[in-house]
Write a protein that binds this ligand. Structure first.
Ligand SMILES: Cc1cc2nc3c(=O)[nH]c(=O)nc-3n(C[C@H](O)[C@H](O)[C@H](O)COP(=O)(O)O)c2cc1C
Length: 201
């Protein structure tokens, strides 16, 4: 049966969701999983990226992160998504990736994948929950198995307490202002645990 395989797939303009994904990668490895960390393709024009120094700088810094493909979904037992919030929904870059998976969906290759999502926004209530829920709607169409954190660990109460998925708030300078790392770790570990039980049952 082997170790649980998890793909962590994110979209980040200015590094927050990259950081969430890195924390999840570390936690999943500690939990004994095989991990693929992948970004979705950037779709914004170069001029838009260049107009925001924080975006340009993260764009350069993440150049070496591999881009997600359908094979990363097919390979995985568990898939954890992370997306910046855009007007209360997931980033279009991630939606584009999701919408490219018709082929996998048609052959049932996404059925029973253990899935979950994380997000960030500039305000405490700026749409993290809505972004995660918009992703979950698509993932339910896949026949995937949602494994949100809920309130399964008391430590979640100190992290913002979003039961749908770990959620960061960033200030105007792009700095995370809530202590969301424990929520990311709990969410990733819970996914590995549940995926492991399914895999080995
Ligand atoms: C076009 C656009 C729309 C945004 N919409 C929201 C929003 O609805 N609510 C909010 O709190 N922040 C919003 N933000 C702020 C982003 O969510 C924030 O920059 C992002 O979560 C940071 O994540 P990243 O560093 O991974 O890119 C928006 C930003 C952009 C560029």
């Amino acid at each position: 049966m082997g170790n649980v395989k998890i793909s962590i797939i994110y979209y980040s303009s200015t590094g927050t969701n990259y950081q969430l994904a890195k924390w999840a990668e570390e936690a999943a490895k500690t939990a004994g999983a095989e991990v693929r960390l992948r970004k979705v393709a950037e779709l914004a024009p170069e001029a838009a990226i260049a107009s925001n120094p924080a975006w340009q700088s993260h764009y350069e810094a993440a150049k070496d992160v591999q881009e997600a493909t359908s094979e990363d979904l097919e390979w995985a037992d568990a898939i954890l998504f992370s997306t910046a919030t855009r007007f209360g929904g997931m980033a279009s870059q991630l939606k584009q990736f999701i919408d490219m998976q018709g082929g996998l969906w048609a052959k049932g290759a996404l059925v029973n994948k253990v899935v979950s999502a994380m997000s960030s926004a500039q305000n405490d209530h700026g749409g993290q929950e809505a972004s995660i829920l918009s992703l979950y709607t698509s993932l339910m169409h896949w026949g995937a198995i949602l494994v949100p954190p809920g309130y399964t660990d008391p430590a979640l109460f100190g992290t913002g307490g979003n039961p749908y998925g770990a959620s960061a708030t960033v200030n105007g300078e792009g700095k995370m202002i809530n202590d969301v790392k424990p929520a990311v770790e709990i969410q990733a570990k819970r996914m590995i645990d549940i995926a492991g039980r399914l895999k080995n049952s």
